[in-house]
Design a protein around this ligand. Structure first.
Ligand SMILES: Cc1cc2nc3c(=O)[nH]c(=O)nc-3n(C[C@H](O)[C@H](O)[C@H](O)COP(=O)(O)O)c2cc1C
Length: 324
């Protein structure tokens, strides 16, 4: 039985990619993920904010202005150096593909670091872009344009394949993905799941919202994987959020995903759970006589089902009016 899949032009031994997170920030952890069967890993993101914040806190300690340029450059380089070392050491220690991840909130000069990431040996680059749209004087499309700018700048700097990991809050996701493809993206990750604040009503302080996803969160991406994989050709879709077991991997592949990413469930169950997920996938394939993923990928996508309106249904009122 073949579990191989081709994601971003890279052959993966199986479609299970470990998401960018604290699970993928040391060689030791990544080695364990590889031993448990991971198809690929996305390294913890290098954060644009982190580079700048580190620099700012050092600047506060230095009380002479000439230090500014030096410190900004030093901390940036130092943070980047550590990341490049992680890429190099990981590439030396494991055989599975390693994708670097950059969290970008602007298309500033620091994008030039992308070339170093490529030179360090990363097989691909995932752009984790999130810009909180909270400026009441900006039109929504201007925020989307920033994704374009980042992508256009990045594609000029590197030749390794680039994927873009996005959140689900776009007005027209297929059109947005089409646009990303036009700017050079080889793949999209649908979707990222972001940190969100919560409020403790007894202490009236802020706490963190639930950090981990749950299996029912799969529904957010399943619809869009099904629709985008049907409407936009030649872009790979990596399904993310709420993939907690082998059957949710099957669902995303049936909807048209090229690969899936997993994070929360491995925080909860440890790397060895990858084996369980893969054997559940294999068991399902065996049960329905599939020898390879290509035989069933997209079988239940928007374009391949007799009634595509199933993907379009959104209002509970209309379809579940009997539920009181
Ligand atoms: C503790 C933690 C750290 C994360 N760090 C990153 C990160 O550095 N970069 C990134 O793109 N996503 C990050 N994520 C998001 C995950 O990669 C993933 O997209 C999200 O958790 C949804 O997948 P899941 O439902 O399998 O958890 C993080 C998630 C968690 C829980």
């Amino acid at each position: 039985m073949k579990l191989t899949t081709n994601y971003l032009g890279i052959e993966l031994k199986n479609p299970l990619i470990i998401s960018s997170s604290g699970l993928t920030n040391t060689v030791k952890k990544i080695k364990k993920l590889e031993n448990a069967g991971a198809g690929a890993v996305v390294l913890k993101s290098l954060f644009e904010e982190q580079i700048n914040r580190d620099a700012i806190s050092m600047l506060k300690e230095a009380n002479y202005p000439e230090a500014e340029d030096y410190i900004l450059n030093y901390t940036r380089n130092n943070t980047v150096e550590k990341y490049l070392k992680l890429i190099e050491e990981t590439k030396d220690s494991v055989d599975i593909p390693i994708m670097a991840s950059i969290n970008c909130i602007s298309s500033k000069e620091w994008i030039s670091f992308a070339k170093n990431i490529q030179d360090a040996g990363a097989d691909a680059l995932e752009l984790n872009v999130f810009i909180l749209p909270d400026n009441i004087h900006e039109n929504g499309y201007l925020y989307e344009q920033l994704y374009d700018d980042i992508l256009v700048n990045m594609t000029q700097k590197v030749t390794i394949p680039i994927s873009v990991k996005i959140g689900q809050n776009f007005t027209n996701i297929p059109a947005f993905v089409k646009n990303l493809k036009g700017r050079g993206a080889r793949g999209v990750v649908l979707f990222n799941r972001f940190y969100a604040p919560d409020i403790d009503v007894d202490t009236m302080t802020f706490t963190s919202g639930e950090v981990f996803s749950n299996p029912s969160d799969l529904r957010y991406s399943l619809r869009w994987v099904g629709i985008v994989s049907s409407l936009i050709k030649n872009i790979d879709i990596c399904a993310s959020t709420g993939v907690h077991n082998g059957i949710s991997v099957v669902k995303q592949l049936l909807a048209g995903a090229t690969a899936v990413q997993v994070c929360s469930v491995l925080y909860q169950n440890g790397p060895e759970y990858i084996r369980t997920m893969l054997s559940d996938l294999e068991e399902w394939m065996k049960k329905y006589n599939f020898d390879s993923i290509d035989e069933f990928r997209g079988r239940m996508s928007y374009k391949n089902i007799p009634d595509p309106t199933i993907f379009e249904r959104a209002q509970f009122m209309k379809y579940f009016s009997s539920i009181q």
